[in-house]
Design a protein around this ligand. Structure first.
Ligand code: ADP
Ligand code: MG
Length: 238
């Protein structure tokens, strides 16, 4: 399960309103991408869904349960950031199993889940390596692996590929698409890369100054942009 509903969600930093009445229904298993110019509120909205930022007004529901006041640990979501904070001196295996270990999971279960995630992400040959001896792309796969191990209700990604070089970014985009197919999990993904958005998304949410300018499939947005802002952002000919 991984249906996420946003009801008239708003965010203020002091007097500054950065999220303005956002309504959105994300269905279980959907790949949703937030795009929009820098400062439009993509990260803030994602962090509100994850519980890392307080919601000033409105409600967030996961599978019908109101989680607006719940801490991140009670929401069952996994977040992957561009700055993947792995433990540099711990093996990949231990990095990936760490959250289960601290949660008190039995050793056999940790091993099984780490092996399963390593298989999906083709990290098996790297399980005994340390992140400090790995490339950026490999580290990013470990960061994603670490989030899979926790079997989250949904994955939240904030520009996970933006620190990688261009060719690696294309490879990782393909990895993420496969991951979504394999896990059939809900994914909410922030990017400012139009190609990433157009190739990965079931639906794209275009944000403009804290508002939703348009929501639709890549094709709907391309063929029928609601306004000039969306057209320019998506790069459609209109
Ligand atoms: P994006 O991820 O789309 O680039 P953000 O969600 O990071 O945008 O930021 C949205 C707006 O909120 C920006 O104007 C930013 O300056 C402001 N903002 C973000 N975090 C804070 C904060 N902790 N305190 C005050 N303003 C913030
Ligand atoms: Mg951001």
């Amino acid at each position: 399960m991984g249906a996420i509903t946003l009801k008239a969600v708003e965010k203020y930093y002091g007097d500054l309103q950065v999220i303005k009445g956002v309504d959105l229904e994300i269905t279980d298993g959907e790949f949703i991408i937030f795009v929009g110019p820098s400062g439009c509120g993509k990260s803030t909205l994602l962090r509100m869904i994850g519980g890392l930022e307080e919601t000033s007004r409105g409600a967030i529901l996961i599978d019908g349960n109101d989680v607006t006041a719940d801490p991140p640990s009670k929401r069952g979501l996994s977040m992957v950031f561009q700055s993947y904070a792995l433990y540099p001196h711990m093996s990949v295996r231990d990095n990936m199993g760490f959250s289960l270990k601290t949660a008190g999971a039995p050793k056999a279960e940790i091993e099984e889940k780490v092996n399963e995630a390593a298989r999906i992400l083709k990290l098996e040959p790297l399980l005994d390596r340390r992140p400090k001896d790995m490339s950026g792309g490999q580290r990013q796969r470990v960061a994603i692996g670490r989030s899979i191990v926790r079997a989250p209700t949904a994955f939240l990604f904030d520009e996970p590929l933006s620190n990688l070089d261009a060719s690696l970014r294309v490879d990782m985009r393909y990895e993420i698409a496969k991951l979504h197919q394999n896990l059939a999990a809900t994914m909410i993904y922030v990017t400012h890369d139009q190609t990433e958005a157009m190739t990965l998304a079931d639906r794209i949410v275009v944000l403009d100054g804290g508002y939703i300018a348009q929501v639709g499939t890549p094709r709907e947005l391309y063929e029928n942009p609601a306004n000039l802002f969306v057209a320019q952002f998506i790069g459609s000919p209109k």
